[in-house]
Each structure stands twice: as structure tokens, then as C-alpha cells.
Write a protein that binds this ligand. Structure first.
Ligand code: NAD
Length: 258
């Protein structure tokens, strides 16, 4: 099948779907200038993932200092990033009534900046846009904490209870948010089209979602720059850039929906 025929086939599936769920990974934000974790030059090329566990964060002041240092670096990049055509395509699909739900592993908040509605988006790994107190649950806007860090504070503490503050993201070794995770699995089991965009599909439990969808009878589409571990399971696989590919898919979707 030609390259364009595969793009058309994906567009056809989208237009004819009854309930489409999209799972997005870090690869859908690299075209916005935010590095993913596993590609060369990605975050884990420069930092050791073993060091940034939730358990270390709780146990050691030095680990917290390192975690906040990495968080500041990441946030500086995310703060200046803009949505790319992959994000914009997902907003357009929502407006066309073609998106049941968007499950994102991304913590950058770009789907909201692009215009997706909060009720359509499940952030299963949380967000860097907020900070929470691990003791009392108080939620802070990230910029407020950023101001403290910029003034020299290395490990910020809660104003109310002096508890540990942590970005509202899910770290390695930390429990997944219960409500969001349950909802993501429910949607995956109920959809008839499940599309993965820009994810290596190795991070669990998120990587279980396409399997659940497929087992429940959905058509599985994978769009990624390189092969993923679930390509064999998919009905349609397209290896290409998320933004560029979604833009091409949307050309057909618009034509057929008008
Ligand atoms: P990952 O780093 O494991 O995989 C990203 C995949 O996307 C890779 O297979 C890569 O080949 C592919 N890719 C990179 N650029 C692409 C592009 N332009 N178009 C298409 N494919 C592209 O990321 P993951 O699967 O999301 O899982 C790892 C964890 O990374 C998640 O928990 C997520 O929270 C976190 N993360 C998020 C961000 C973000 O919020 N933007 C950035 C880095 C990591």
C-alpha cells in the first residue's frame, strides 16, 4: 500500500468511527520543541531515571533538590512551547464531534493551550502546570512556585502545613491517579477506534490501554516516528512525524466531513 493510501485509510477510520479514543505520548510534543524521554538527546540520555523515583523524593533532601532542578529545566522548555499541528488536529477532531476522549501521557498541558476541552482530556501522568503538597493536598499554580525557586529556594515547602511540595506529575514508583486511570481504561474498553500518536508504548499501565481496546474489539491505529512494541497488534501502522501525519490525515477528514 502506498504511503498516501495508509494516510487515507486512517482518515477513513476516523470519519466512520462511532467512538474514537486517542492516546498521546511525548512524541506528539517533540515538534513543539519538548524532547521525549527515550529518543537520542531525550531526557533519559542526560539524567538517570533510577534517581528520580517517588521513593527517593520522599526519602532524601538531595533527591528533592535534584528533582526540582530537573523540573525547572523541563518547565522552562514547556513554558515557551506552542501547540503543533498534532495538537491542533486533535482540537479540530473534538470540534467535529469525532473525539470521544484524549488520554495523554504528556505533562506539558499543550492540549489545553491548543483548545481541547478539559472534559475530553485525561492527563494520566498529571501536569507540570500545578504543584501539590504531599501532606495536605494544597494545590499551587506552578508559576507561583517557580518564583520561589528563582529566588533561591531549592526545595519548596507548603505554606499551610510545611509538607513537601512536588509537581503534580506521576513519578516513577508513584501511584497513578485512581479516577483518571479507571476512566482511561473504561474509555479504551468502550471505543471502536483507538489511535496512538507519538508513544513508545512501553510505559505501563498506559501501554496496556491499546491492548485493552484491541481485546474489546476496537480498531487499533499506531502513528509513531519509529516502530513500537505494539505494531504487530495494530490494524494500521504509520511511521511518520505526528504533526505532519495528522495534518495530512486532517486534509481527508475535512474533505469527507464537509
Ligand atoms: P517516550 O519518550 O517513551 O516515546 C516517545 C515516542 O515518540 C518514541 O517512540 C519516538 O520515536 C516517538 N517520536 C518522537 N518524536 C516524534 C514525532 N515528532 N512524531 C512521531 N513520533 C515521535 O514517550 P511516552 O511514550 O510518552 O512515555 C514516556 C513518558 O514520557 C510518559 O510518562 C510522559 O509522561 C513522559 N514525557 C512527557 C513529555 C511531555 O509532556 N511533552 C516529554 C517527555 C516525557
Amino acid at each position: 500500500m502506498t504511503d498516501d493510501a495508509v494516510v487515507r485509510q486512517i482518515a477513513q477510520k476516523i470519519v466512520s468511527s462511532r467512538q474514537m479514543v486517542v492516546l498521546v505520548g511525548a512524541g506528539s510534543s517533540t515538534e513543539s520543541g519538548i524532547p521525549d524521554f527515550r529518543s537520542p538527546g531525550g531526557v533519559w540520555d542526560r539524567f538517570d531515571p533510577e534517581e528520580f523515583t517517588y521513593q527517593n523524593f520522599i526519602a532524601s533532601e538531595q533527591a528533592r533538590e535534584n528533582a526540582w532542578q530537573l523540573a525547572r529545566e523541563t518547565y522552562a522548555v514547556i513554558k515557551t512551547a506552542h501547540p503543533n499541528p498534532a495538537h491542533l488536529a486533535l482540537v479540530e477532531l473534538e470540534r467535529m464531534g469525532l473525539l470521544d476522549c484524549l488520554i495523554t501521557q504528556n505533562i506539558d498541558g499543550l492540549h489545553f493551550l491548543a483548545g481541547n476541552s478539559p472534559e475530553k482530556v485525561i492527563e494520566i501522568h498529571g501536569t507540570v502546570r500545578y504543584v501539590i503538597c504531599l501532606s495536605c493536598g494544597k494545590r499551587y499554580n506552578r508559576d507561583e512556585i517557580e518564583t520561589r525557586l528563582a529566588s533561591g529556594v531549592k526545595v519548596p515547602r507548603c505554606d499551610d502545613c510545611h509538607g513537601l511540595l512536588k509537581t503534580a506529575t506521576v513519578s516513577f514508583g508513584q501511584s497513578m491517579p485512581e479516577r483518571e486511570t479507571a476512566e482511561a481504561f473504561r474509555r479504551a474498553a468502550e471505543c471502536d477506534l483507538f489511535m496512538c500518536i507519538g508513544s513508545s508504548l512501553v510505559v505501563h499501565p498506559a501501554a496496556q490501554l491499546p491492548i485493552v481496546a484491541k481485546d474489546s474489539g476496537a480498531c487499533l491505529v499506531i502513528i509513531n516516528r519509529e516502530p513500537t512494541v505494539l505494531d504487530n497488534l495494530a490494524d494500521i501502522v504509520y511511521h511518520g512525524l505526528a504533526g505532519e501525519t495528522m495534518e495530512r490525515i486532517m486534509t481527508y477528514v475535512r474533505e469527507w466531513k464537509s
